[in-house]
Write a protein of this length. Structure first.
Length: 148
C-alpha cells in the first residue's frame, strides 16, 4: 500500500500537540486534505492533484505521518515517521510501458528491445523518483519541525 517509508529525527524540543498542529497547518496550506486517524492519532493526508515544479507533495497519492516519543515519560517528540503512497507514479509508468510496447510492436521490433527498455525504464525511473520524493518529503518534514 505504501511505497516509501522513512523517519526524521527531531532536533529541537517540541510537543506532540504542537507538532501535529504545525503539520496539519502546513499540509493544508499546500492544498492537501488532512485528517487525524482515529486509531493512533496519526496525520493522514491526500494532496490535491496536479502539482508542478518543486512542490513538496508532488507525485504523492496519499500519506501518513506518525509522531514517536523517546519513551512514555517524555513530553517531546523524538522522531517523525512517514509513509507515502505513489499510485499516480506507478500508473504513469504503466501507461508509458504500454505506449512503448505498442510503438515497438507496430514498428516490428524484436521483443527483446521493448523488454529491455521496459526493464530499464521501470528500474531507473522508479528508483530515481522514489529517491527524489523521499528526499523532498524528508526536507519538508525537517523544515516543518524546525519552524518556530
Amino acid at each position: 500500500m505504501y511505497d516509501i517509508s522513512g523517519r526524521v529525527l527531531v532536533k529541537n524540543n517540541i510537543t506532540k500537540a504542537v507538532l501535529r498542529e504545525r503539520l496539519i497547518e502546513t499540509l493544508q496550506s499546500l492544498g492537501a486534505e488532512v485528517r487525524l486517524s482515529d486509531e493512533d492519532g496519526a496525520v493522514e493526508f491526500k494532496p490535491a492533484p496536479r502539482h508542478r515544479g518543486k512542490h513538496p507533495l508532488k507525485n504523492i497519492s496519499f500519506g501518513r505521518i506518525t509522531l514517536a516519543m523517546k519513551d512514555t515519560t517524555s513530553l517531546y517528540i523524538a522522531e517523525v515517521n512517514f509513509q507515502l503512497s505513489l499510485t499516480q507514479m506507478r500508473l504513469s509508468l504503466a501507461v508509458i510501458t504500454l505506449g512503448l510496447w505498442g510503438y515497438s510492436l507496430l514498428r516490428g521490433y524484436d521483443l527483446v528491445i521493448p523488454l529491455a527498455f521496459t526493464i530499464l525504464a521501470w528500474f531507473f525511473a522508479y528508483l530515481l523518483t522514489l529517491l527524489t520524493i523521499q528526499a523532498r518529503f524528508r526536507l519538508f518534514i525537517e523544515t516543518t519541525t524546525l519552524a518556530s
